[in-house]
Design a protein around this ligand. Structure first.
Ligand code: NAI
Length: 248
């Protein structure tokens, strides 16, 4: 457990799955939260569950790829708490699967908009506030397939590989100002994103995982918790693989 009392965190895609797991973990450690998501109903429900157990949470409803969503989330944090210490860029979509020659250009754009433009937009809005305090922790949720590629996921894996490049570049730009930027590359995690796979595909996946199970949102949340803690203050520009040993 980490002491995040007094810290302020923004978590995107916080309504469900990995993002909700991360939001719960940070709130349990005492952080004040702005949770951002497209899905208003699910967001309200998730935020109220966190509020019931820990503290007040601000919510911001919108599409991360629209600059006004980041502007609104940042205003909420600054108006209420006067700073932003932590940004977790988690919102992401899988997109349509298919070989590259079968995918529409529009489908490529759609995945890039959320997975890359959304992160770019949140970082642009949040970083000036981190620089003001000479402190910040940014964690980007990439993917195992951004590291190793995956047949049938050109759009998704390219967006996540791009996110890793963005992470390393921002880490270099911000290191002298005590802002660290890291990525986590989850393997296959049991959320809505992977529940759409049919049972046979899931079984085949599990066979490729040395720890013999899909990951849980809390497996990722624990790693985020470490990266935003003081114990990780000398770690920046890294990609932490959390995948049950699927990629070594
Ligand atoms: P999920 O589909 O269960 O949840 C994603 C959340 O993000 C939802 O609440 C959704 O409403 C929100 N969201 C999606 N697009 C948005 C947008 N444009 N603006 C605002 N909110 C948006 O997904 P999951 O599995 O929790 O994934 C979270 C992150 O982890 C994603 O970036 C995903 O690519 C990444 N990831 C997931 C893996 C998995 O096996 N589940 C594996 C590797 C990476």
């Amino acid at each position: 457990m980490n002491n995040l009392e007094g810290k302020v965190a923004i978590v995107t895609g916080g309504a469900t799955g990995i993002g909700y797991g991360i939001a719960k973990r940070l709130a349990n450690d005492g952080a004040n939260l702005v949770m951002v998501d497209l899905d208003a109903n699910m967001m309200k429900q998730s935020a109220s569950e966190i509020t019931a157990r820990t503290q007040e949470v601000e919510i911001s409803i919108g599409d991360v790829s629209e600059p006004k969503t980041a502007q609104e989330a940042v205003s909420k944090a600054i108006n209420k708490w006067g700073k932003i210490d932590i940004l977790v860029n988690n919102a992401g979509i899988g997109g349509v699967n298919g070989n590259i020659w079968e995918l529409d250009i529009e489908e490529m754009d759609r995945v890039y908009r959320t997975n890359l433009r959304g992160v770019f937009s949140f970082c642009r809005e949040v970083i000036p506030h981190m620089l003001e305090k000479d402190y910040g922790r940014i964690v980007n949720i990439a993917s195992i397939v951004g590291v190793m590629g995956n047949a049938g996921q050109a759009n998704y894996s390219a967006s996540k590989a791009g996110l890793i490049g963005l992470t390393k570049t921002m880490a270099r730009e911000l290191a002298s100002r005590n802002v660290t930027v890291n990525a986590i590359a989850p393997g296959f995690i049991d959320t809505e994103m992977t529940r759409v796979l049919d049972e046979k595909v899931r079984e085949k996946l599990v066979e490729q995982i040395p720890l013999a199970r899909l990951g849980l949102p809390r497996d990722i949340a624990h790693s985020v918790d470490f990266l935003v803690s003081d114990r990780a203050s000398y770690i920046t520009g890294q990609v932490i693989n959390v995948n049950g040993g699927m990629l070594m």
